[in-house]
Design a protein around this ligand. Structure first.
Ligand SMILES: Nc1nc2c(ncn2[C@@H]2O[C@H](COP(=O)(O)OP(=O)(O)OP(=O)(O)O)[C@@H](O)[C@H]2O)c(=O)[nH]1
Ligand SMILES: [Mg+2]
Length: 251
């Protein structure tokens, strides 16, 4: 269904992290799709916030036959940022060399995961982008498209790095980036989490590449997008900029 399995032209232990909150319709199909397009060096970690819809129990069921699948369950829903921080820490402690962020709802396509992983040898981190030639969104209303585009332009203008999709959440990070950007001090929760990680990596001089992706609106399950997430992104970008300026002055 998703084309040939990925044979990476390099040996690296890869962990694809899928955060979930009430994703019972999506979780097993997305995990199986990722495992199907990748080889033995690529593992999956589902990071669930104790979803009341039993998402984690479904994953546990598949783990009995799938050794490349792992599960991290947290006590309660705390937002995307804290879930990723816990998952990154888990992955780094286990010695994975590439850690990928990927949504459960099929907005991030397994075929684009292959493209992103093939690009990782050329960079310290790779960003999936909806807003470069070859990238696009599908079935997203004009409101969501404008929000995403305006959000990314806003972050780019204030932070001053030429990133085309600052809020995008389909990214691959080498362990050398994640171990040097002081993850325990990251406070962002929603979209601004993606902006903050990218900004921290870029200000430390890490090399990035953007890969075009097709982002399709979720087919099943409930959206967790909220006005709170948007407002957080608006003010966090300024906090990041002010902190960045203060650090420059100290040097
Ligand atoms: N562990 C955890 N996962 C979360 C949380 N919030 C969202 N997620 C997951 O993070 C991924 C992205 O969230 P989405 O709800 O798809 O956010 P979005 O793509 O901006 O919006 P929609 O697709 O419209 O819902 C999905 O896999 C969610 O299940 C959370 O608080 N904890
Ligand atoms: Mg989504």
């Amino acid at each position: 269904m998703h084309g040939p399995s990925l044979t990476l032209g390099f040996e690296m232990r890869v962990l694809v992290i899928i955060p979930t909150y009430n994703e019972r319709e999506n979780v097993l199909p997305i995990v199986k799709a990722v495992l199907a397009v990748t080889g033995p060096d690529v593992h999956v970690l589902v990071c669930d916030d104790n979803s009341p819809d039993q998402t984690a129990q479904l994953v546990e069921g598949l783990m009995t036959t799938e050794s490349r699948l792992h599960l991290l369950v947290r006590r309660e829903k705390q937002g995307l940022g804290p879930a990723y921080l816990a998952a990154f820490q888990w992955g780094l402690e286990c010695g994975y060399e590439v850690l990928v962020e990927m949504d459960a709802d099929f907005s991030h396509r397994p075929e684009d995961l292959v493209k992103i992983l093939e690009t990782i040898p050329k960079a310290d981190f790779v960003m999936g982008s909806r807003w470069i030639p070859g990238g696009r969104t599908l079935n997203w209303g004009i409101g969501r498209q404008m929000l995403s585009l305006v959000g990314t332009r806003y972050a780019r203008f204030i932070l001053g790095f030429p990133v085309s999709d600052f809020t995008g959440g389909f990214n691959a990070w080498t362990s050398r980036v994640l171990s040097s950007i002081d993850l325990p001090t990251v406070r962002s929760n929603g979209y601004s989490f993606q902006i903050e990680l990218k900004y921290r990596a870029l200000t430390r001089g890490f090399k990035s590449v953007e890969v075009p992706i097709l982002f399709e609106d979720r087919r099943a399950g409930q959206s967790k997008m909220s006005m709170r997430i948007v407002i957080e992104a608006i003010y966090r970008v300024w906090l990041l900029k002010l902190k960045g300026n203060a650090e420059k002055l100290k040097r």
